[in-house]
Write a protein that binds this ligand. Structure first.
Ligand SMILES: NC(=O)c1ccc[n+]([C@@H]2O[C@H](COP(=O)([O-])OP(=O)(O)OC[C@H]3O[C@@H](n4cnc5c(N)ncnc54)[C@H](OP(=O)(O)O)[C@@H]3O)[C@@H](O)[C@H]2O)c1
Length: 350
C-alpha cells in the first residue's frame, strides 16, 4: 500500500535562524558563477570577497555578483579576517592544496565535489579540519535538495521496504577536447570523479558503503576514465548498477527499488526534479511528488549554502546529511572503480 501523501521534506530554508556568513569565493569559473547567482537570489548569505589567478577575472566576477573585495591571490583571500567561509570552485586536482590553504587559515571550507581526487587525500583534509576545529563540507549539492529529503523520509518510514537496487546514471557528451578539464589527467579529469560521483552518492545515501565494487569501462586517449558501469553489492541482496560517461549523454535518471515500492527520479536526477513512487504491481497506482519550492535548476545550489550556514550556527564541524566519513567512503568506491578501469596508480592513491 502506498501512503496517501508524501512526507513533508525537512528543508534548509533561508531565514530560519542561520547566521549570515561572509563567503569568500576562490576560483571564479563556471560553477562559481552558478553558485554566486544562487546565493544572491536564494539565501541570506553574503558574498564578501573573491580571488582569482587573474585580477581581471576576479574584478569581472565581483562586479557581476555585487562583491566588494577582490583579492589578488588565493592566499590573500583565505587570510582575509572578514571572511567566515571559503568556497573552493577550482578543478578537482587543486582541491587538496586549496582546501589545506583555507583550513590552515582557520576558515570553514566548502569544497566542490569531489572533495579530493582520492580517499587518501580526502582523509588529509578531514584530519586538517578536525585539528583546526573548522567545518569542512563537500559541495555535494544534491544531498540538500528537497527530493533528497523526501527520499530519506520515505526510506526511513519503511515505505520502500528493504532496498534491493539503485539503478542510476550520469553521462554527458563533453566536447572531445584534450584541453577540457574533464579530459586532463593533471586536472583530475574523468567521468567517475565528476559525474559518476552523483549516482554513487545516491547509492551511498540509501544503502551505505558497498561490500564489493566491480567496474567495467574504458579510458580516453588522454588516460582518464571515459565511460563505465559500476556494480556495487551491499549487505543482503542489494545490488546497484551505476553508469557514467563523458562521451555520451545518457538518461540521467535514478531508480531506488525495494521490496515494497520503488522511487523513480526524473531526469536530471541530481538537480531539483520530481519523483514517482510506485508499488510492485505491474499496473498499480503511482504517486508523484514535485518540487514546488520554486527553486529550479542551478539555483538549487542555494540549499547547500543555507545548510552549511545552519550547521555553522549549530556549532557542527561536518554535515549530518553527508558526513566526512561518507565523503571519504564514496571516494574509496571511486578509487576502486578507477583502479579496475586502469587509471594510473599515482592518481588512485592507496
Ligand atoms: N555542483 C555542480 O553542479 C558542479 C558543476 C560543475 C562543476 N563542479 C565542480 O566545480 C569544480 C570546477 O568546475 P568548473 O566547471 O566550474 O571549472 P572551470 O569553469 O574550469 O573553473 C575552474 C576555475 O578554477 C580556477 N583554477 C585554479 N587552478 C586551476 C588550474 N590548474 N587549471 C584550471 N583552472 C584552475 C580557475 O579560476 P581562476 O584562474 O580565475 O582562479 C578556473 O576558472 C570542479 O571540481 C567540478 O567538479 C560542480
Amino acid at each position: 500500500m502506498l501512503p496517501k501523501a508524501f512526507p513533508t521534506p525537512q528543508l534548509y530554508r533561508p531565514g530560519a535562524g542561520e547566521p549570515a556568513l561572509r563567503w569568500g569565493v576562490l576560483a571564479p569559473g563556471w560553477i562559481a558563477h552558478a553558485f554566486a547567482n544562487a546565493v544572491n537570489k536564494r539565501t541570506r548569505q553574503r558574498l564578501a570577497a573573491v580571488a582569482s589567478r587573474s585580477p581581471e577575472r576576479a574584478s569581472t566576477f565581483a562586479a557581476e555578483h555585487g562583491i566588494d573585495r577582490v583579492h589578488s591571490s588565493y592566499a590573500a583571500l583565505v587570510g582575509d579576517p572578514d571572511i567566515d567561509v571559503v568556497y573552493i570552485a577550482a578543478p578537482q586536482s587543486e582541491h587538496l592544496a586549496l582546501g589545506l590553504l583555507a583550513i590552515g587559515a582557520g576558515k570553514h571550507t566548502l569544497i566542490e565535489k569531489p572533495m579530493a581526487t582520492n580517499a587518501a587525500d580526502a582523509r588529509i583534509l578531514v584530519r586538517a579540519a578536525q585539528d583546526a576545529g573548522v567545518l569542512l563540507m563537500e559541495a555535494m549539492w544534491s544531498r540538500y535538495l528537497p527530493q533528497a529529503a523526501v527520499i530519506r523520509a520515505l526510506v526511513a518510514d519503511g515505505v520502500v521496504g528493504e532496498i534491493h537496487a539503485v539503478v542510476a546514471d550520469h553521462g554527458q557528451a563533453v566536447p572531445r577536447d584534450p584541453n577540457h578539464r574533464l579530459y586532463r589527467r593533471d586536472l583530475g579529469g574523468g567521468a567517475l570523479l565528476d559525474l559518476g560521483i552523483y549516482p554513487i552518492q545516491l547509492d551511498s545515501m540509501v544503502l551505505g558503503a558497498p561490500r564489493q565494487v566491480t567496474a567495467i569501462g574504458g579510458l580516453t586517449d588522454t588516460g582518464v576514465d571515459a565511460y563505465s558501469t559500476i556494480v556495487l553489492t551491499h549487505d543482503g541482496i542489494a545490488q546497484s548498477t551505476l553508469t557514467t560517461s563523458i562521451l555520451t549523454r545518457t538518461p540521467t535518471t535514478a531508480l531506488i527499488a525495494g521490496s515494497d515500492a520503488r522511487i523513480e527520479m526524473a531526469a536530471p536526477f541530481h538537480v531539483p526534479t520530481s519523483l514517482t513512487l510506485a508499488g510492485n504491481e505491474l499496473f498499480g497506482e503511482t504517486l508523484t511528488w514535485r518540487d514546488e519550492t520554486g527553486v529550479a535548476l542551478m539555483d538549487g545550489l542555494a540549499w547547500e549554502a543555507t545548510a552549511l550556514a545552519t550547521f555553522v550556527g549549530e556549532g557542527r564541524k561536518e554535515s549530518p546529511l553527508h558526513t566526512l566519513d561518507e565523503t571519504v567512503s564514496i571516494l574509496a568506491t571511486i578509487d576502486e572503480a578507477r583502479r579496475q578501469l586502469g587509471c594510473a596508480d599515482d592518481e588512485v592513491a592507496a
